[in-house]
Design a protein around this ligand. Structure first.
Ligand code: AMP
Length: 586
């Protein structure tokens, strides 16, 4: 009998377990599954993400529901869209040999019509975020009045996110006679209140900390301009000469490009992504395991199989779309009781992603500065000195020493050391002498720079094109606010905002051009790229008073098409229309 069989799981689930490659039940599974299968009880389980809790409630739920009935019998509430989708996928995988089980995900930001269509087809299990669930109940699109099981997953997180009222409303639409299983990483007062109010003498289980050793990972972020990602990566590597790292990129193309650039620039790097043959991937992985490769540049998918224990750094060259992916990435370091560092290279506009991750991982990031040239030179110098000190003298060297001594005759010890060190040092110092500080300027620096430039309004200003306009819900005032807030600019930094139908123009002083362009590099709103470019015609195509102008001139857009919507840019609704809500990235 396998350990999973001993928990009381039926054959269809055991087959799925085998397919998933699970060998032994995790602690939470061992504790929760037997008691949930045994009877109809309420359960409070203190367990974090990564402990296998989805299977801990997923297996019993699948085993207990009537798959022949189309009635919704199980509801799982989870805090985020990502978690909701993840749970749905997992439960679908667990139920793959259990005929007729339909698991439907309900979450915001996707078509409600499509979701309700899926529900209508009959979903025994619904996995939902509270907001969308409440919305669908209100519209009569989902019926949870006959559920037998309600699972509150990451209850503390849901309450953190302000879902208490929604949860209360949702639960009031469920029958009194049902079992409630609550999973939470922590037990703050609010969670205890929910347990007390909505559960009947719940059994409690507590699971030790997750085995990924996440607490041994230090999380750091570095804010740079969008175009400085690569030089920043090089500096991080140069400042950590013994680095043994995985560098994560979002796409196969970026992965290949970054790896190629690193190799060209003299780093021990290699690429790992899905476009490589199995043989190529094996070669790269072997070289990495042997530490011949210090920087393994990888996609998330390709990196899944990396089972190397002593990775010192994970570098997020680009942040992933999903927070969960970040957790997987950073979990590659800090393994087997060792400590590790997860570094994130971000642009200013991505800062809110950092906050979202902090909330999720319940750990603070440290804001670090990309090392400057002199700092790197110093680090490299010490590294070299230590390397010399620790180097074992090769036996074979002896035979050559007389000749070497001849060459170096007359040079005293100090001078010799200086010369040896300079061989390596000069390479770095020559390179870094010419480079700038990569850290983005803070607002005080900006103000100073502006003051230095004096009153350069007018001919010192730059005209930009931005690919959003009225169609996206902007007027001149809301667009100005949006650009200013996103690029962290001051009140007067953006002017002559000229909103067209599907694009717009605006001006700024030249001093903040880099900041604006960097902010809007690879910047997305609602999944769509928002690009800003310096307008080809610096005079711009606006009327003199920008957005407030009633558009007396017919402007040509960038494709040369006549803009017929110029009159829409009317002052009458300026400022009244609310700025389009910008979705969270996660
Ligand atoms: P969770 O805590 O539910 O988010 O699970 C974390 C990860 O562990 C998921 O990718 C599961 O597929 C995986 N997992 C769950 N149970 C086991 C198990 N018994 N053995 C190995 N992996 C598991």
């Amino acid at each position: 009998m396998t350990k999973f069989e001993a928990l009381g799981l039926q054959q269809s689930l055991l087959d799925a377990v085998a397919d998933m490659g699970f060998e032994t039940p995790s602690e939470v599974q061992e504790k929760a599954i037997p008691i949930l299968l045994q009877g109809e009880i309420d359960l409070v389980a203190l367990a974090q993400t990564g402990t296998g809790k989805t299977a801990a409630f997923g297996f019993p739920l699948i085993q207990k529901i009537e798959s022949a009935s189309r009635t919704t019998q199980g509801l799982i509430l989870s805090p985020t869209r990502e978690l909701c989708l993840q749970i749905t996928n997992e439960i679908q995988a667990y139920a793959k040999y259990e005929k007729g089980v339909n698991v439907v995900a309900i979450y915001g930001g996707a078509s409600i019509t499509e979701q309700s269509r899926q529900i209508k087809r009959g979903a025994q299990i619904v996995v939902a975020t509270p907001g969308r669930m409440k919305d669908m109940i209100g519209r009569g699109l989902v019926d949870i009045s006959k559920i037998d099981y309600c699972i509150l997953d990451e209850a503390d997180e849901m309450l953190n996110m302000g879902f208490y009222e929604d949860i209360k409303d949702i639960l009031s639409n469920t029958p009194k006679e049902k079992s409630t299983w609550l999973f939470s990483a922590t037990m703050p007062k609010e969670v205890a209140t929910i347990a007390k109010k909505f559960m009947h003498s719940p059994q409690e289980i507590t699971v030790g900390t997750k085995n990924s050793g996440a607490t041994t990972v230090q999380h750091e972020y570095y804010v740079v301009g969008g175009r400085d990602r690569y030089p920043a990566l090089k500096r991080l590597a140069d400042a950590h000469p013994d680095i043994f790292s995985v560098v994560f990129c979002r796409t196969k193309r970026d992965t290949q490009k970054v790896a190629e650039n690193l190799i060209e620039d003299g780093y021990n790097a290699g690429a790992l992504h899905g476009d490589l043959s199995q043989n190529q991937r094996d070669l790269v992985m072997n070289a990495f395991r042997k530490k011949q490769i210090q920087m393994l540049v990888a996609t998330d998918v390709a990196a899944r199989g990396i089972d190397v224990d002593d990775i010192t750094h994970v570098i997020n060259y680009q942040l992933p779309d999903e927070i969960e992916t970040y957790t997987h990435r950073s979990g590659r370091t800090g393994r087997a009781g060792k400590s590790g560092i997860s570094m994130v290279i971000v642009t200013r506009s991505e800062m809110r992603k950092i906050q979202a991750i902090e909330k999720k991982i319940k750990q603070q990031f440290i804001n670090k500065k990309i090392p400057t040239g002199p700092e790197i030179c110093e680090i490299q110098l010490y590294h070299l000195a230590n390397k010399i000190k620790d180097t074992e003298i090769a036996k074979d060297v002896e035979g050559y020493l007389p000749a070497v001594n001849d060459v170096l005759q007359g040079i005293d010890r100090d001078e010799l050391i200086q010369k040896i060190v300079s061989v390596e040092f000069t390479r770095f110092s020559n390179y870094y002498n010419k480079t700038k500080d990569l850290n983005t300027v803070d607002s005080r620096d900006r103000d100073n720079r502006k003051r230095e430039k004096g009153s350069m309004s007018g001919n010192g200003s730059v005209r930009y094109f931005i690919n959003v306009g009225e169609k996206d819900g902007y007027d001149w005032m809301s667009l100005k606010d949006f650009i200013r807030d996103t690029a962290s600019l001051g009140r007067e930094d953006i002017f002559r905002v000229d909103v067209k139908d599907s694009f717009s123009f605006f001006n700024s002083e030249a001093a903040v051009t880099d900041q604006i362009l960097n902010t809007f590099t690879e910047f997305k709103v609602d999944g769509r790229f928002v690009n800003v470019e310096v307008s080809k015609s610096p005079g711009g195509s606006s009327g003199k008073r920008g957005g407030r102008d009633k558009g007396r001139r017919r402007d040509k857009d960038r494709t040369g098409r006549r803009d017929r919507n110029f009159a829409k840019n009317s002052p009458k609704d300026s400022g009244k229309r609310r700025s389009k809500r910008r979705s969270d990235f996660f």
